[in-house]
Design a protein around this ligand. Sequence first.
Ligand code: SF4
Length: 377
Amino acid sequence: MINTAARAALPDLAEMELADLEQFLAGLGEGRFHARQIYRWAYKRGVTDFHLMSDLSKTLRASLDTGLVLSTPRIVGRDRSSDGTEKFVLEVGPDGGTARRIESVFIPETPAMTFCVSTQVGCAMGCAFCLTGKMGLVRNLTAGEIVGQVRVLAETLALRDTRFNIVLMGMGEPLHNYDETMKALRILANASGLAISPRRVTLSTVGVVPGLDRLTTEPMMPNLAISLHATTEEQRSRLVPLNRKYRIEDVLAACRRLPVKRRDRITFEYVLLDGVNDAPDDARRLVRLLQGIRAKVNLIPLNEAAGIPFGRPADHRVDAFAQILADHRVTVSVRKSRGRDIRAACGQLIVEGQQRSPGQRLASAMSSALSPAGADA
Ligand code: SF4
């Protein structure tokens, strides 16, 4: 019987792309073709016990049981909103004895089913209207932990055989964790596994320019949502601290360099804050900024929360803002808030008790302002 410490040191199937698993099997003296069978069991059928993978030989099953693990995030909290949205608190790790908690959200009928997953524990970006930003960055999630959220939600909600979309809009800035996020997308897309095409994935970013440029070199590119939120450099720097390094003009220039297919558009997200960025002049500036970009705008009236020093604009202000965009032929939608009663709405994800210490947060804020780790992307 293998003990827990020895098990924790074993290779993890959750972190393996198909080619990694093939190589692992070759090392065992087994055929590489078994990798597709194992992927099918783990991802298509949700089987995590190697002994139950009945089309593998008993010898191989025994070798897998003693030589490989399949880590899966554990559900430690679950809340259902009156609108059907469900928020899951998941535990990953442990990292040296400390389990880390993240949140993932299931949003039904948007019009498809959508899973909103996290890419980091906390976030270094510190956006002024977002509770996750108040946690600071605790650590990056691994590819297996990002995909693991999808496996857990699909299994728990009995949606493994249903088509769903994925949005990387939970905790964290995906391009600040570039390598693991892209690896997760490759694992999700594998035809022997969940087979979720990048076209069904939307990556949301505040505009980590080196990461946006690097996306142009990827064979598979997800849909993009740029969190713009402001129309002047001064206003955006107050709301999105990363703007001090990558300014609006830099982010939009990077967007213009992205290969966007004829029928596709880049989404620009714009959280509307009462009396801050919701004036008709802001709407007109937004129209001018987006000229020449295949864009659509998603307006998000703020989801108010204790600790966030902004208010939600009145509906008539939201409508007036949207109308100005529409009058200038900018495709615009207003995001319907889902799950506000369970704090699952955009910008409301936070796991209590995991914030970094004030000293750590300051260091994180300084490092993100001076040399955002996105620069490594
Ligand atoms: S809005 Fe996104 S990037 Fe900004 S602090 Fe929140 S999670 Fe991070």
